[in-house]
Design a protein around this ligand. Sequence first.
Ligand code: GLN
Length: 548
Amino acid sequence: MSVKYIFITGGVVSSLGKGITAASIGLLLESRELKIAMLKLDPYLNVDPGTMNPFQHGEVYVTDDGAETDLDLGHYYRYTHSPLSKASNSTSGQIYDQVIKKERKGDYLGKTVQVIPHVTDEIKERINACSAQEKTTQIVIVEIGGTVGDIESLPFLEAIRQFRYERPKDCINIHLTYVPYLKAAGEVKTKPTQHSVQVLREIGIVPDLILCRCEQALTDEIKAKISLFCSVPQDAVIDEKDVAHSIYEVPIDLHAQRLDEMICKSLGLKTKNPDLSAWEKMVYAALHPKKKVVIGIVGKYMDHQDAYKSVFESLHHAAIKAGVGLEIRRFESDRIVENGSVEKAIQGCDGYLVPGGFGERGWEGKILTARYCRENQIPYFGLCLGMQVMIVEFARHVLGLKNAHSTEVNPNTPDPVISMLSEQKKIQMLGGTMRLGAYPCEIKKGSLAHKAYGKTLVWERHRHRYEFNNQYKQAFEEKGMLFSGTLEKEHLCEISEIPSHPWMLGVQFHPEFKSKPLAAHPLFADFIASTLLEKRAAPPKKKLMTNA
Ligand code: GLN
């Protein structure tokens, strides 16, 4: 069987949840035992999102092979088993960069280098490269970023038009659009969808299926209208209404409208009956929690929906596993300092998490959070920067090194307990030059990390430049910190924990990139479980372990 391709475009507005839709389609096809691969094509000119501010782009998702990619790959990871690597995300920046490199090498000698065919050929090569990652791949799902009608996405749309023209039997197009309900008119409006499909048709793309994002299920009358104006059969107009509680409901809703059946039919695929039982069980558990856990996240991009996407999702997975509901309270770390009292600012949560981050802003609020948790025996989970904060706080208030810091914030600190690796010091360019991707981490037996993972060797993904400074290791250990995970080959500290505390642990890596709703990450699972321990030691009257 030749490889089949599903192209997903978006219409009318951005933020419709194209990534979740693409991932849901992947999940539904996998439930029929099809082997899929997923690709995100992003029209912006950055080579990757690694250099973008999280306020602009949201989270940067890192793959095992160290690619800094679009956050939609996080959805692909959580919903599917698609291979995810550098071949799973391409941007206009990468594509133009490659075309220009080829031109300089003389590969196009004599020719005028143009968007068609040179840029479009490069895009088609990326689609083929994604498909070639694994020999067993049967279906490639290609999500085109941006909205139809944008200038930027035109080369991508032209490329997928050509791709289908060259393999008419192997491709389908799915258009995800928005069908708004106008309160004043008391009606659902199909006109934006008609226009969006018209724009696609001008380019030469005719959608086979139209998915309509909407608040409420669409009536048959509305579906008939979209069908007539957009030339798709009525049963190929599918509504993707807002889900009540969990984004993990989306595949179930789409399956109920026979989306996967229609995709298979359009592509001429005969498959096994779908088995969604494990997923359905998980969604049921997510919707029927027994009690509730409240987790405070202290970061500096809290107002952005997507800046800590994988962290939020990982907490949800752990809560689902524990059978509890999850309330996340967001705290801007800056405001904790402004407030004057950390207790007043953040109290009332069962545990706190400090996620990754860069730069000076927000540091001191995070330090206050780590201290509050350490002294009051409240569970604390530090991710990447969150571990560095935990180390600096311990240095200042337990080791008495009042001016200890990370050299990222204070290059002249007398006690650089977090400092840059010597190999990083030589680096001039910002893009793609951090310590990136999967590295092995050896875990000390008997530690909290060992209890959580249940093994002594794990692989976790990294994205950072600074590390714990081993010159201080002995001093930390003497005062009660345990370095329970290390990258032995390079003597780097990967996990720190405080054994005398109920649950205070920091990791230099990003476990949030490897958690799935059906397989919660062990550290997140143990963190949430720790917040449920009823007999947690009562907060001490006096501050603990503090000599500052
Ligand atoms: N800014 C820190 C570093 O580069 C932490 C990075 C992160 O949290 N991802 O080491």
